[in-house]
Design a protein around this ligand. Structure first.
Ligand code: SF4
Length: 328
């Protein structure tokens, strides 16, 4: 498979990771030969450094092959998606090429689990090691870490990366056991605690060394750690699905399609849910505007593509929708 094909698959597969989310924009491109630019490509997102600078990152997966089967993930083992895998050397080359062309200022690297946690983490650490040691790459590196990986690999990851992250995934251990049965809530908590401890210890050791002639220890993940968690779920395809989601201790259940017109079935289910259950119902209406928006009996309305496409701009489109909701 060509490197560009791998890049298309593995940049697209990484777009669902919200640890370094970009702002939304409607889909536009200039392929007809008119104009310049495109909002359709995946692969470059923005993140903030500890001193507040916004940096653009090459955001990719090392691979979207995965031996786990987390129900909420497009890359799960049972998912029927095109798969690809970069070698560590290919990720290094892409990062350096993009960096030298001034497309990016850093790398965000995550991965599906191949073989086991340690093997996957070794490959990711090798990317960061090679960038730092072989190429003296001084740009920003964010590595998504695998909770089951050994403490030695986490230590190495923190030595090369600016930021590390581990996904909490779901608010409760029961939710995790149900939707991601191969993951362990206590393992995730332990790995996050281990990172927290190492970051604090390193900060303290560097501070102490500053006041003495001793050499300061190398930095460990100086931009800290981050995480992401699923706080709501949907779209629920049936009442039965919605009941299952509602048991996961989530903050809302989403009804209706995420793209296209508001579905009558989604509206029916949302209002049934809102009348029956305590967990709030969110009705998705991707085409809602200041004249049509109507949550009809449920607690929240999720707006979508129409806001980003509005000729008057997203901020005005949103305030028009808010004004309409106040009058209903
Ligand atoms: S381990 Fe990660 S990549 Fe694999 S299915 Fe779960 S969330 Fe997706």
């Amino acid at each position: 498979m060509e490197l560009t094909d791998k890049l298309a698959i593995l940049a697209d597969a990484a777009k669902y990771d919200a640890s370094c989310a970009s702002s939304g924009a409607g889909r536009r491109d200039s392929r007809g030969g008119k104009g310049v630019g495109s909002t359709e490509g995946m692969g470059i997102c923005h993140s903030y450094t500890p001193d507040g600078r916004c940096v653009s990152l090459l955001k990719i997966l090392l691979t979207n092959f995965c031996i786990y089967d987390c129900a909420y993930c497009v890359n799960r083992a049972s998912s029927n998606v095109r798969r690809a895998r970069f070698t560590a050397a290919e990720v290094v080359k892409l990062t350096l090429d993009f960096y030298k062309r001034n497309y990016i200022e850093g790398l965000f690297l995550s991965s599906g689990i191949i073989r086991n946690g340690d093997y996957t983490m070794e490959q990711m650490v090798e990317v960061a090691r090679s960038l730092r040691e072989d190429h003296h790459f001084a740009g920003y590196i964010h590595l998504k870490t695998i909770p089951e990986a050994s403490p030695e690999l986490l230590e190495k990851a923190g030595r090369y990366a600016d930021r590390l992250s581990i996904n909490v995934e779901l608010p409760t251990a029961e939710g995790l056991a149900r939707l991601a049965p191969e993951k362990r809530a206590d393992g995730i908590r332990d790995a996050m605690g281990e990172l927290r401890w190492r970051i604090d210890e390193n900060t303290e050791a560097r501070r102490a060394a500053k006041a003495t002639p001793r050499r300061r220890p190398p930095r460990f993940a100086p931009a800290g750690q981050s995480t992401q968690m699923i706080v709501g779920a949907g779209p629920a395809a049936s009442r039965h699905d919605a009941m299952g989601l509602g048991e996961l201790d989530i903050d809302y259940v989403l009804f209706g399609a995420l793209e296209g017109a508001l579905s009558a079935e989604g509206r029916d289910m949302a209002s049934w849910w809102a009348q029956t259950m305590e967990v709030p119902a969110v009705l998705s209406d991707p085409q809602a505007d200041g004249e049509t928006a109507d949550p009809a009996g449920c607690e929240f309305l999720a707006v979508g593509e129409s806001v980003w496409k509005a000729p008057q701009g997203a901020a005005i489109a949103l305030s028009e929708i808010a004004q309409r909701l106040e009058t209903l």
